[in-house]
Design a protein around this ligand. Sequence first.
Ligand code: ZN
Length: 142
Amino acid sequence: MKRCPACGEVKPREEFSKAGYCHPCNNRKGREYSKANREICNAARRRRRQANPGKARAEDKRARELKRTRDPQAFYAKQYERTKRWRARHPEKVREILQRSYDRNRSPFGYELRQAMRLLEKLRKEIANAKEQDRGSSQPVV
Ligand SMILES: [Zn+2]
């Protein structure tokens, strides 16, 4: 058992951090420190992330996932707002994207052409199969 110098409570040794405080006190002190030393902590965080971009990405992903599962409605609402803002800021890109999908789907003969290509591909396969079967059956007979 050990006594925490911050809160004065006596707790088992495994409930203490390396710094010598109990976990709740250590967490609180950490929060207080980073609040009081914003610039230092932000810079340190930036350095850590720059040194290990893979880990930073993984952390971001985990944080996003947590937000999404904790409050999906808020998460998707925010995402929607972000998309709306992006669209307002990039009207030319929105037009380009819409135009591209329009061209893909509605170009003259686009649909008919795709249908014809599909039919052609199907026939080509059928012919190849028929030839394959022909070759197989014509050899052993005679
Ligand atoms: Zn404590």
